[in-house]
Design a protein around this ligand. Structure first.
Ligand SMILES: *Cc1c(COP(=O)(O)O)cnc(C)c1O
Length: 358
């Protein structure tokens, strides 16, 4: 029997997907991934390494991440039995797609985080884009109507939304939940920067799922820890799909310890919020720039130049941002809020880029 071309053996539907590409530019000011710009506090790091010292890693990690879920219960007010942790919230997004959406459709309010559509396709679900309004607000009537269409099993919303930075008002979320029969995922990855959450809606809405992460406000992107708050039935269903040892022992321990240091992070978050407002004001002062207010740790903006030219101009000046330019967001880029010196360097590079092209 002849060898068949690999391209014919790849599962239909995966053809359009590209491997996730992260540009690497050593030595640049990195404002492209919304990580926490501040070095991990020394005392927290020492505390984590002290705890690690007392432990070996010969055994498999706790599949239920019990200690971490108890600490998260204290932080969120949600019972530990309704919390699941994942290898980043990315893994939880994938598990939700596998549990609910595979073989059906998932409505995604766009423009938004690209991983929802990618994980939908990987899981064998069909992503259906539901455009937000011109001001990036979610129209509850449009979401409710889209969710009611045949084959839809899940709706994905993000608040504050990446990359637009705006939140979905709690009454809009409540309205959508009241009149939607599918699973509704609300990604609150940037919750700590705005303080607005739909946690209080969990008790009345067994089909609501909230996603959170340690990657942004808590500065733990390198260790991959995310978590999910949901009803018992959703938690149990996703538990069937989850890999048993999905979150490694080091990450469980680090995330658990870190929650004891919340006041330290709260000061840092306050600093980032202050810098965000300064950065927004600075952006508005640059010729031709339009910048959008944000409740997260990044800002969406565009200039009168094509997006790729601004991206390249910044990179030539050693500043890396995220190009989110596309039909939804023409000419747009997203810049993460960095430390004050980084934000100043970015603004200077942007001014030079814009002026050099006039
Ligand atoms: C960064 C981000 C995440 C975080 O993903 P992790 O896998 O936990 O690092 C999730 N959702 C959104 C919208 C994000 O921007």
């Amino acid at each position: 029997m002849g060898l068949r071309p690999i391209s014919e053996l790849v599962r239909p539907g995966l053809g359009e997907l590209q491997p996730y590409h992260v540009p690497v530019h050593p030595g640049v000011i990195k404002l492209d991934a919304n990580e926490n710009a501040y070095d991990f506090p020394e005392q927290v790091l020492r505390d984590i390494f002290g705890a690690v010292d007392a432990q070996t890693f010969v055994r498999y990690p706790d599949p239920d991440a019990e200690d971490l879920r108890v600490a998260l219960s204290d932080y969120t007010g949600v019972p530990a039995a309704r919390i699941s942790v994942g290898n980043g919230s990315d893994e939880l997004i994938q598990n939700l797609m596998l549990t609910f959406a595979a073989g059906g459709k998932v409505v995604i309010a766009t423009p938004t985080f690209g991983m929802y559509a990618i994980h939908a396709v990987v899981a064998g679900a069909e992503p259906v884009a539901l455009p937000r309004n011109a001001d990036f607000a979610v129209d509850p009537e449009a979401v409710i109507a889209a969710a009611a269409r045949p084959g839809v099993r899940m709706v994905v919303l993000c608040s504050p939304n990446n990359p637009t930075g705006n939140t979905i008002p709690p009454e809009v979320t409540a309205e959508i939940l009241d009149r939607t029969g599918t699973v509704v995922v609300l990604d609150e990855a940037y919750y700590e920067f705005c303080g607005e959450t739909a946690v209080s809606l969990l008790d009345r809405n067994p089909h609501l799922v909230l996603l959170r992460t340690f990657s942004k406000a808590f500065g733990l992107a390198g260790l991959r820890v995310g978590y999910m708050l949901a009803g018992r039935e959703v938690t149990e269903a996703v538990g069937r799909v989850k890999q048993p040892f999905n979150v490694n022992a080091f990450s469980q321990l680090a995330a658990t310890r870190l929650l004891k240091w919340r006041p330290v992070f709260e000061r840092c978050i306050e600093e980032i919020r202050r810098s965000r407002e300064e950065l927004l004001a600075g952006l508005w002062r640059v010729t031709g720039v339009t910048a959008y207010p944000s409740r997260a740790n990044f800002i969406l903006f565009h200039t009168s130049l094509p997006g790729p030219r601004v991206y390249e101009g910044l990179l030539e000046r050693r500043v890396l941002v995220r190009l989110v330019d596309g039909p939804d967001l023409p000419g747009c880029l997203r810049v993460s809020v960095g430390r004050p010196d980084e934000n100043a360097a970015f603004l200077e590079a942007l001014e030079k880029t814009v002026v050099s092209r006039w």
